[in-house]
Design a protein around this ligand. Structure first.
Ligand SMILES: Cc1cc2nc3c(=O)[nH]c(=O)nc-3n(C[C@H](O)[C@H](O)[C@H](O)COP(=O)(O)OP(=O)(O)OC[C@H]3O[C@@H](n4cnc5c(N)ncnc54)[C@H](O)[C@@H]3O)c2cc1C
Length: 380
């Protein structure tokens, strides 16, 4: 079976659905592919930052999200030496950071892409289709049947183990550019405040534990650290999660309730060197390695790179030039918005890896000068 589209987007996570929405809103014949039906679960802390909702509003998504999410008013940071700081979050845009399960969030975004005019299909994509060094579509498997779809541009939004990126010979990501993380859900004994907590536990650095309120009595709880540290320490992620659970304040919040729906996954950390633009293809979100090195946050980077990729694709299609050179504008767009924060985060991660107690020092200063701390946090 063959069919021609302007743009094919592989993967219906937040990156893919935003790309599909923007492409369809530009009047492009858009195909959004995902290997599972939506809604589907995704290992995540479910913390969706304020700019993500601002972008969705710009794309005409009018859901208030109130029915599906928990609004966040504070960030609490805990250092390995016990220093703590709790900072109020002051929204810049009228939107708020929210905890919303990926099951719900990703499905709403995918629905919006379809309402904007994108066609959605379930397909396990296995490879990009190549004509010489130009990507001309994708190939996938529906059961035993091989299916090919052709397009002018392919946007790879198929996550950390991207088949498109593999097919374009990106090569294996070095351990220093990968983090690994595990999340679960837990009923809480105590009522949860609208606070996201990041706890830089002594044995978890460089990494942290988190607890985020999904609602007043249900939390997303997890741990994550760099792959290099994970391999050196040789402990399963469940050990770190148990250690976090044993900290007195978490034990008090959670009580004896058991963590359920444990799931772990890898996070491709952002590097400046990675190739992301090809003749006829762009890699975005986790497929393009856009996760913040320090925080592990990748939802907004996936969405904004999805948007830029679709805008650049629309221009290139209009000009009739689908070359790498024509699509290169994607590089300057994402760098203008994300590069500085990614570089700050890389530096901060290096510092806390070498000097774990620098976190306590920073938190102590944060207690004395909360506005300075807030400014620093806004940069990562
Ligand atoms: C435990 C954990 C906690 C995290 N917590 C946070 C957090 O709180 N906040 C935050 O901002 N970020 C967080 N992240 C990072 C965040 O989850 C990712 O950066 C984000 O999901 C990237 O979005 P994406 O659209 O690029 O890819 P994904 O969300 O991974 O979506 C990729 C989609 O592609 C589909 N797909 C994959 N392969 C194929 C294929 N071959 N064919 C067809 N479809 C395919 C998948 O089914 C999936 O639907 C966390 C990550 C982990 C692992």
């Amino acid at each position: 079976m063959t069919q021609e589209f302007d743009v094919i987007i592989v993967g219906a996570g937040p990156g893919g659905s935003v790309a599909a929405t923007v492409a369809a809103q530009h009047g492009l014949k858009t195909l959004l592919l995902n290997r599972e039906a939506m809604p589907r679960d995704k290992a995540c802390g479910d913390a969706v930052p304020e700019p993500a909702f601002l972008l969705l509003r710009k794309l005409g998504m009018t859901n208030s999200f109130n029915d599906y999410s928990c609004e966040i008013d504070f960030v609490k940071l805990v250092g390995p030496g016990g220093q703590q700081v709790k900072l109020e979050v002051f929204p810049q845009s009228g939107e708020k950071t929210r905890i919303v399960t990926r099951h719900t969030f990703d499905n709403l975004l995918c629905q919006h892409a379809m309402q904007s005019g994108a066609e959605f299909r379930i397909l396990n994509v296995t490879d990009p289709l190549l004509d010489g060094n130009r990507v001309i579509g994708i190939s996938g498997k529906e059961g035993q049947t091989r299916v090919n779809f052709y397009s002018k541009v392919v946007i790879a939004a198929d996550g950390a183990t991207s088949a498109i990126s593999r097919g374009l010979n990106i090569g294996r990501r070095p351990d220093r550019h990968v983090s690994i993380s595990m999340r679960g859900y837990v009923e809480t004994k105590e009522e949860l405040d609208p606070v996201i907590e990041l706890a830089f536990l002594r044995n978890l650095i460089p990494g942290y534990g988190w607890i985020f309120p999904v609602n007043k009595h249900y939390a997303n709880i997890g741990v994550g650290l760099t792959l290099e540290a994970y391999k050196v320490k040789q402990l399963p992620l469940t050990n770190y999660l148990e250690a976090y659970l044993k900290t007195p304040h978490i034990r008090k919040t959670v009580g004896e309730n058991q963590i359920e729906r444990l799931k772990s996954w890898q996070l491709p950390i952002c590097t400046m060197e990675q190739k992301r633009v090809f003749n006829g293809a762009i890699l975005i979100g986790d497929a393009g390695g856009f996760v913040n090195p320090l925080t592990g946050a990748g939802i907004y980077p996936a969405m904004t790179t999805g948007r830029y990729a679709a805008e650049v694709a629309a221009k290139a299609i209009q000009k009739g030039d689908l070359s790498e050179n024509a699509l290169k504008e994607f590089e300057s767009l994402w760098r203008t918005e994300l590069e500085r924060g990614m570089r700050y985060s890389t530096l901060a991660l290096r510092t806390l890896t070498r000097f774990p107690l620098s976190v306590d020092l920073a938190l102590l200063l944060g207690r004395l000068f909360p506005s300075v701390m807030r400014t620093l946090l806004s940069k990562v």
